[in-house]
Design a protein around this ligand. Structure first.
Ligand code: NA7
Length: 540
């Protein structure tokens, strides 16, 4: 029956994070009728949801911002080198206001299925509000970190105190004063929460299973002079970002660790520690492929932890061992290790005293129960593929994305998938996804998709997908680059091993943003060699 009338548009975008916002803008500028669907009540994506105390981006604000609009670059002024969540969300809202983006979004709406209609050559999306949308082109800007994951611990529903999830933080202030607070999770999110809440709570209990390596952020204010200087150089910066493996402005190096004499290696590491941020990765070229070089840097950081943390038992527990540094996404902190010197902060080493269950009153570990007023989960995400597999995506001949990806995600460039015509992902799982500046990747991907659609319209083509050979060749290249990478040697969301039953493997393109962009551009420059098209009409 047709009780619900489908609304027909030209381009359907899913997600109102930085990828989806730019996609809506771009296609509207091309004269398309575009509609964006977003589960949240406003724009911002991860920055809309992640309102936990201490939430902050670990890329520099001037890098982690749009490059497509010189006007917005000039009108917006960042206040800190590494911006906090409220400022990033304000930026997203500023962009949405400036470009009048909200009128083309349907908020509080979740896509429940997207199905390709071969006859009509369009995608039909159903939503949880009952609205049905049809469009010849569908852009999935669903984000690599948008499906939160609870810890795999029995008894979560039993807890009678306040329970918070970092990625679904309430919109009101949470008062920690005098409270006994427990945190589970010591990745980037947990570290940001711990260093903040440890200074506010009555008592803080950190339940740590795997310690992360974290480096000093060395955040600072952006003074008016500095901001003015930045604004003069945005154009050169954006051009440089496109050529940079990180998709940002962080310097890179070709210098291998062992090319320096021992005293200079130490000196370089001391300098990186003082400079902070991710500068270690720009100090030596081979940290992700040379195990010995990696171990030397890991040792250096472990020594620093030992120097900062006063309690030797806590210091030892905080030193990560058994996996390479940078094989988990390195965290940036502000006096994180110092937090453990506070008398009200307690580290529970779950490697030695494992969590058994959550109780009405708190957490029971093997050694006994810790009573808590408040429990915070910072336990990560079903990352990279989670959001795209959270609803039914059905392509040609009833092919389900769930089935296509049952052994792990495959695509061409992380953007297009054989069997799924006219379906496009931005920052997909086989691009540089989590390994480079996500806003730079988003803009690259949206621009590439827009060029492809322009090409199709000029040639009278109705449906496009990469050939199986094209997809296979890309996945072979991805695998060849991944083979020597030390990233495979840690259990993380990068390789899928943080989620039970999920296929594991390094499926991201580790060749860096610059090479990824070149690969995208080469496909366009060849007139989309390796792509199969359906024709509808004579070329325009
Ligand atoms: P991460 O980096 O996936 O961290 C999740 C943390 O939660 C990690 O320390 C996990 O320990 C811990 N965890 C998960 N389940 C449990 C249980 N059952 N018991 C104890 N500890 C648990 O997620 P984040 O949100 O911190 O960061 C994600 C990205 O967001 C980050 O890389 C940045 O790019 C921004 P485990 O390692 O599994 O032992």
């Amino acid at each position: 029956s047709n009780s619900t009338q489908a609304e027909r548009v030209d381009v359907l975008v899913v997600g109102a994070g930085f990828g989806g916002m730019y996609a809506v803008y771009k296609f509207r500028e091309m004269g398309k009728k575009v509609v964006g669907i977003e589960a949240g009540s406003n724009v911002g994506g991860v920055w809309y949801w992640n309102r936990y105390p201490g939430a902050r981006c670990d890329l520099m604000s001037v890098d982690y911002s749009y490059g497509f609009s010189p006007e917005i670059e000039q009108e917006w002024t960042w206040s800190e080198q590494f911006a906090a969540q409220p400022e990033i969300l304000a930026y997203a809202n500023f962009v949405a206001d400036r470009l009048d983006l909200r009128k083309d979004f349907r908020f509080d709406t979740r896509v429940t299925s997207a199905i390709w209609d071969e006859e009509a050559k369009l995608w039909r999306a159903t939503t949880d509000t009952g609205a049905v949308l049809e469009a010849p082109y569908a852009i999935m800007s669903t984000g690599p970190l948008s499906i939160p994951k609870d810890p795999d611990i029995p008894g979560i529903d039993r807890f009678k105190g306040e329970l918070y999830r970092a990625q679904k933080w309430p919109h009101h202030d949470v008062d920690f004063a005098g409270k006994r607070v427990g945190v589970i999770g010591t990745g980037s999110t947990g570290i940001q929460i711990i260093q903040e809440v440890g200074r506010k709570a009555g008592e803080l209990f950190v339940f740590q299973r795997t310690p992360s390596f974290t480096l000093p952020m060395r955040n600072r204010e952006i003074t008016p002079d500095y901001a003015a200087e930045m604004k003069k150089h945005y154009r050169q910066m954006r051009a440089a970002m496109k050529m940079n493996p990180t998709g940002g402005t962080r310097p890179v190096t070709s210098r291998p660790y062992f090319s320096l004499p021992p005293d200079q290696r130490i000196e370089a590491m001391e300098q990186a520690w003082i400079n902070g941020g991710h500068t270690f990765l720009g100090t030596f070229a081979d940290l992700m492929v040379n195990e010995e070089a990696n171990e030397a840097v890991a040792d250096f950081v472990r020594d620093k932890i030992g120097q900062i943390v006063e309690d030797p038992v806590a210091a030892e527990a905080l030193k990560p061992r058994g996996y390479p540094i940078f094989a988990r996404r390195p965290c940036l902190d502000t006096e994180y290790y110092e937090t453990y010197n506070l008398p009200n902060v307690h580290l529970v080493d779950c490697k030695k005293d494992a969590i058994v269950e959550i109780t009405e009153k708190g957490i029971r570990t093997e050694s006994g129960e810790t009573e808590l007023d408040m429990l915070i989960f910072a336990t990560g995400y079903d990352a990279l593929t989670g959001a795209l597999l959270a609803f039914d995506v059905v392509g040609r001949n009833g092919l389900r994305l769930k089935d296509k990806w049952k052994d792990g995600p495959v695509s061409h460039l992380g953007i297009t998938m054989t069997g799924f015509p006219n379906l496009f992902a931005t920052t997909g799982p086989n691009g540089p996804a989590a390994l480079a500046n996500i806003i730079t990747i988003s803009e690259n991907d949206v621009d590439w998709i827009a060029d492809l659609i322009t090409h199709m319209e000029a040639k009278g083509l109705s449906a496009v997908e990469p050939t199986q050979e094209t997809e296979d060749a890309w996945m072979t290249r991805v695998a060849e680059l991944a083979a020597p990478s030390l990233i495979r040697k840690a259990n993380t969301w990068w390789v899928g091993s943080n989620v039970k039953g999920k296929p594991t493997g390094l499926t991201m393109f580790v060749g860096g943003f610059a090479k990824y962009r070149e690969a995208c551009e080469a496909v366009a420059a060849s007139g989309y060699e390796g792509y199969a098209f359906d024709r509808v009409s004579e070329p325009a």
